[in-house]
Design a protein around this ligand. Structure first.
Ligand SMILES: Cc1cc2nc3c(=O)[nH]c(=O)nc-3n(C[C@H](O)[C@H](O)[C@H](O)COP(=O)(O)O)c2cc1C
Length: 208
């Protein structure tokens, strides 16, 4: 049942060196693209990185960005930040990294005329940007669930985006696209415990 898969999926950050076959990776991507999206625009693209040297180059950029930030964190928080920052490069342990891209919708912003006041224009832009990001996020959850179902380990990672500009260049991301997350994928070399969740009742407010 889907609820069992959802409950058992974990963010996996340690992998065996063996790369999953391309056919298995394609099944993840096929699951991803069944996701819903605003106006069915499917505002996603995926870049599958399999070269160890390119993965290492991505991680080196993230490490450099983390180092820069660390020099600007208050001294009393620096070691905590450095520990946190190690999670931003965890993708480098994987034989494959899937990079999920998204782009803002432009359906409504293309429709409105130049006389629309700026606040309304900004709200449309924010709504369309969010629609793109939420679309790819839904695709990513499908991908993560399918990875778990197929015996693969994976994790969504946005920490690497502290180096987003440099990653864009290395990944040759086209101008209108943004990186949503990096997803390391491989055969799991760990079985992480389930981090606790806040009960649904505690994060829900019922309004009548
Ligand atoms: C949007 C998002 C960003 C995340 N970024 C990172 C990251 O940069 N590095 C990392 O190691 N894990 C990252 N994670 C994984 C979370 O730490 C993980 O989902 C959370 O601790 C709950 O664990 P679980 O996925 O095993 O249930 C991210 C997860 C999400 C949804």
């Amino acid at each position: 049942m889907i609820d069992k898969v959802m409950a058992a999926r974990r963010s996996v950050r340690r992998f065996t060196p063996e790369a999953p076959p391309r056919a298995l990776l394609e099944r993840l991507l096929e699951a991803a693209v069944t996701a819903p999206s605003a106006s069915n625009k499917q505002p996603w693209r995926f870049v599958v990185v399999t070269s160890p040297s390119r993965i290492a180059a991505l991680a080196a950029e993230v490490r450099e960005a983390v180092e820069l930030i660390a020099r600007h964190v208050e001294p009393r928080s620096e070691s905590a930040f450095r520990a946190y920052g190690t999670y931003f490069t965890r993708f480098e342990a994987a034989p494959v990294v899937i990079v999920a891209l998204y782009r803002s919708l432009t359906v409504l912003s293309d429709l409105v005329d130049a006389a629309l006041p700026e606040p309304a224009r900004a709200r449309i832009a924010a709504m369309e940007e969010r629609s793109g990001l939420i679309g790819v996020s839904m695709a990513l959850q499908n991908l993560l669930l399918m990875a778990h179902e197929l015996g693969l380990g994976a994790s969504g990672m946005t920490g690497p985006l502290v180096a987003a500009d440099r990653l864009r260049t290395l990944l040759e991301v086209p101008p209108s696209w943004e990186i949503a997350a990096l997803v390391p994928v491989g055969y799991p070399a760990e079985t992480p415990p389930a981090p606790p969740r806040k009960p649904a009742a505690r994060v829900t407010e019922w309004l009548s």
